[in-house]
Write a protein that binds this ligand. Structure first.
Ligand code: ADP
Ligand code: GLC
Length: 469
């Protein structure tokens, strides 16, 4: 089957979060099953672009409103990713170093979608399936089915995966002319609550809609920033497929970013070496349990409760534990985390920024990983933590609920139901009790490293879904 994934992110070319990890792994696993899967993404002007070689394979125009943008399609050369990456360079819109957060993101991603389809319609062999990811690619199912220019692709089935329903990309009808011409009777297909909403358009027009965990599929039926009713109406064509992880990239035995590699047999010494490195680097105490958090410092992740939780725990139980936070996001959370440092030197540190290597070292060297998320469509951090023998402490929501079982239920993690500083610190107290029970603690570490969360199963679930179309 010829499968084309279209996405704003793909690891290692461009990553802001888990979307990149998924799009950077799923096609590889689909190819291992005998398919021909590739990725189309924007050509950002990042380090990856300067460090890799690309071949220009196509040049054309994409019309946005009254303006024609020239675009070039580049194919990544010397590629050992297990799938092809085609990146679309649109000078004026994507010749920048960040993925998102520009004032003209609407213009950027609509033009990207138009350019992608303008190129695909000229291919000799058209894809069997077009799989779109998140709202930046949300107009594609609509355009394929309803825009005359793309009539050659009209019958190509589309799958749309919601990685995060909170981001919908809506904008006003004053920008309707950005989309290529279509019959005005069809305007309802792109509309939601009197705005143009790419996520709603995708849910209405894709052949199938998936979410990245079964529990998130259930949850968005009653909470999805205003799209609940639409989701419920389209429920019969929707399903939750739990994400996997790339077990070649995320393998503590071979991970070149670690201080010391290890496997289930050498987990104790291996983790101790990585913890020692982290403690030296961040002035922490290696004899105490190490709690960590990695992620976007935003309300969705429950990160706004971290400063209070850190403060409470370290004042109530000084010098009993270490806390290390790696993240970037809302300025007030970053500031609050920074402000705590002088007071708790020796047991607390925060690294405000994005650092891929450090994240691997933390998964390896930590004892516990905190994920107090308010919303978590899947969550990959807990899956990486498990593979690296780090015990997850999670709020029971979305994918966290589907992947972590509490020690009280014969499981291997620590779970709480509410998202408050009290629930976080109470769970950390439970973790400290487990940490003291050395036999149980070591057994759990070994056990969680063996849980199989590779893409093998999920990638074939997607293939079955495509075949049904
Ligand atoms: P989301 O996509 O919602 O941010 P996920 O759990 O799916 O959450 O994936 C987050 C990914 O981004 C993981 O690979 C995680 O290690 C990585 N990550 C998040 N924040 C940082 C950071 N500050 N530095 C390095 N890696 C990070
Ligand atoms: C989103 C979600 C996260 C999920 C990731 C990959 O960013 O917030 O929970 O793991 O996509 O699907």
């Amino acid at each position: 089957m010829k499968i084309v994934h279209i996405s704003a992110e793909c690891y290692p070319a461009a990553k802001a979060g888990g979307l990149a990890d998924v799009v950077g792994a799923l096609p590889k696993y689909q190819n291992l099953l005998g398919n021909k899967a590739s990725v189309i993404m924007p050509h950002y002007y990042t380090k990856f672009r300067t460090e890799n070689q690309f071949e220009a394979i196509h040049t054309s125009f994409a019309r946005l409103g009254y303006f024609d943008y020239t675009f070039h399609v580049f194919k990544l050369l010397n590629n050992n990713l297990g799938f092809d990456i085609f990146s679309i360079d649109i000078p004026g819109l994507f010749d920048r170093d960040k993925i998102y957060s520009y004032g003209d993101d609407t213009e950027r991603f609509i033009t990207f979608q138009i350019a992608a389809l303008n190129w695909i319609k000229n291919l000799e062999i058209i894809p069997d399936i077009i799989h779109c990811h998140d709202q930046h690619t949300g107009f594609i199912p609509f355009m394929l089915a309803n825009v005359w220019e793309y009539r050659k692709l009209k019958k190509v089935p589309t799958v749309f995966t919601i990685h995060n329903g909170a981001y919908q990309g809506q904008f006003g009808f004053n920008l309707l002319h950005y989309l290529p011409p279509f019959h005005s009777d069809l305007t309802g297909l792109i509309e939601w609550h009197r705005a143009i909403n790419p996520l709603a358009a995708a849910i209405k027009c894709a052949y199938k809609v998936t979410t990245v965990s079964p529990s998130y599929m259930d949850e968005i039926g009653y909470s999805m920033n205003g799209l609940e009713g639409l989701l419920n109406a389209e429920r019969s064509k929707s399903m939750g497929i739990l994400n996997g992880i790339d077990v070649d990239v995320w393998n503590p035995e071979t991970d070149s970013m670690l201080e010391k590699n290890y496997n289930e047999k050498t987990v104790e010494t291996g983790k101790a070496e990585n913890k020692k490195w982290l403690c030296k680097e961040f002035n922490l105490d290696p004899s105490k349990p190490l709690f960590t958090f990695i992620g976007r410092l935003v309300g969705e992740k429950g990160a706004d409760f971290l400063p209070e939780a850190v403060y409470k725990l370290l004042t109530q139980y000084p010098k009993q534990q270490n806390i290390l936070i790696l993240g970037t996001g809302e300025k007030h959370i970053e500031q609050a985390l920074w402000d705590l440092e002088p007071q708790f030197k020796g047991n607390y540190c925060s690294y405000i920024g994005y650092n891929e290597k450090l994240s691997h070292l933390i998964y390896a060297g930590a004892d516990f990983l905190l994920m107090p998320s308010r919303v978590e469509p899947c969550g990959l951090n807990q899956l990486y933590a498990l593979r690296y023998g780090t015990i997850p402490i999670v709020r029971r929501t979305g994918g966290l609920k589907d992947t972590v079982v509490d020690i009280g239920d014969d499981g291997f993690g620590i779970c709480h139901d509410q998202c408050t500083a009290w629930d976080i610190t109470y769970s950390m107290e439970r973790a400290k009790i487990l940490y003291k029970d050395k036999t149980a603690f070591k057994n759990i570490r070994k056990q969680i490293m063996q849980i199989d969360h590779s893409w093998t199963k999920a990638s074939s679930d997607y293939i079955e879904l495509y075949k049904s179309l």
